[in-house]
Design a protein around this ligand. Structure first.
Ligand SMILES: NC(=O)c1ccc[n+]([C@@H]2O[C@H](COP(=O)([O-])OP(=O)(O)OC[C@H]3O[C@@H](n4cnc5c(N)ncnc54)[C@H](O)[C@@H]3O)[C@@H](O)[C@H]2O)c1
Length: 346
């Protein structure tokens, strides 16, 4: 018997999560819920996923434009084992009340606050704590990336202090009315929320962050400075990154000099939607001075947390108790399994 997964919100993240679930052997897309009578949501019909509307009113509009709609919200949840909520901020908070009432396990995503579920999830950093919790939040694209990188950095030696500068993309490519078009918008009022969000998953890490939003749509870029409590070698960091699943090293010396080249690499790999599920670290940005290391990484915000959503299903429902078992399954299903990585470190 496979696990029946409903995805509520077939937008940027939801459509990717549905496809990721669909390529796992132990789970199926039981239903998609959305509100929009659009061709983009209509792709769910083409994929063969049962499509449901949020309400009778939405259902009528969707049927009017020729979409095949099986029913409404509650119909989708009948017989489902779990819901992944990828609806917009604000809507998810209301949806959660329905999941609670129906007693159905659920997973929310990075736009929501930790307090909504009381549990935040990173497959690499805290899988075991999430086993059997019935509800969790898969942390945002930035936090997922930072949790992966700090899992690898912590494996090298004890970290005294870390600082992150985040250059955020202005908007996902599909958000044509978002900006900035020609500006850089800094976070004001002190440190940004990103470091405290990492602490919802890795509480013992002393970390702070600043962020700016730029007129770009490709990826976020993270500039990281880590102070260890002893001297470390560059090789030890590189070996740890190589051993850690879902981290890849790219190199300016090999022509990958910017995030556009990184995305082009994933276009050329013929990844669906040019998705980069991994976190890319520029090998030639890694520099050590005594006990201090610096490096620069980038993440594809639309897809980076998708594998973690799949792992969160297995953790929340106790389908796999050990992280490596889930991560291996997810990565093989997605075609991103790394032969050179050491999945037993998880
Ligand atoms: N976009 C990213 O780069 C990104 C990255 C990581 C995490 N996240 C998080 O994932 C979650 C989903 O974000 P997204 O970017 O995929 O959102 P999105 O706006 O692209 O998609 C939301 C979908 O939900 C649908 N929807 C379902 N019920 C709805 C209702 N009642 N009213 C309105 N719309 C309804 C919308 O039609 C849309 O298809 C958020 O928590 C977000 O913070 C987003």
């Amino acid at each position: 018997m496979t696990t029946k997964v409903v995805v509520n919100g077939y937008g940027v993240v939801g459509k990717r999560v549905a496809d990721a679930v669909n390529c796992q052997e132990d789970m199926d897309v039981h239903g998609i819920i959305d509100i929009a009578p659009t061709s983009l949501v209509g792709i769910a019909n083409e994929r063969g996923y049962p499509l449901f509307a949020v309400s009778d009113e939405a259902r009528k509009k969707m049927i009017d434009v020729g979409m095949d709609v099986k029913g409404v919200f509650e119909d989708a949840l009948q017989d489902a084992d779990i819901v992944i909520d990828t609806a917009p901020k604000g809507i998810t908070t209301k949806n959660v009340q329905i999941y609670e009432k129906m007693g159905i396990p659920y997973i929310v995503n990075g736009g929501e606050k930790h307090a909504l579920t009381g549990s935040s999830f990173s497959a690499l950093a805290n899988y075991r704590e999430t086993v059997g919790v019935k509800k969790t939040r898969v942390v945002s694209c930035n936090t997922t990336t930072l949790c992966r990188i700090f899992t690898a950095l912590k494996a090298v030696s004890t970290i005294d202090d870390a600082f992150i500068s985040i250059v955020r993309r202005g908007a996902d490519p599909v958000r044509t009315s978002s900006g900035p078009i020609n500006a850089i918008i800094p976070v004001l009022g002190g440190y940004s929320h990103h470091a405290p969000d990492v602490n919802t998953v890795i509480p013992d890490l002393k970390i702070s962050s600043l962020a700016v939003k730029t007129s770009s749509t490709l990826t976020h870029v993270h500039m990281i400075r880590v102070k260890y409590n002893n001297e470390v070698s560059r090789d030890s960091l590189i070996n740890s990154f190589k051993a850690t699943p879902r981290i890849i090293l790219v190199s300016g010396q090999k022509g990958i000099t910017d995030n556009a080249q990184v995305i082009e690499l994933f276009r050329d790999k013929l990844r669906p939607r040019n998705d980069m599920f991994e976190t890319a670290i520029w090998e030639d940005s890694i520099f050590i001075e005594g006990d201090t290391a610096v490096l620069i990484a980038c993440c594809h915000m639309e897809s980076v947390a998708v594998p973690e959503n799949v792992d969160a299903i297995r953790a929340v429902l106790s389908m796999e108790k050990e992280p490596q078992n889930s991560v291996i399954k997810t990565d093989k299903g997605l075609g991103i399994f790394q032969e050179e990585a050491d999945y037993s470190i998880l």
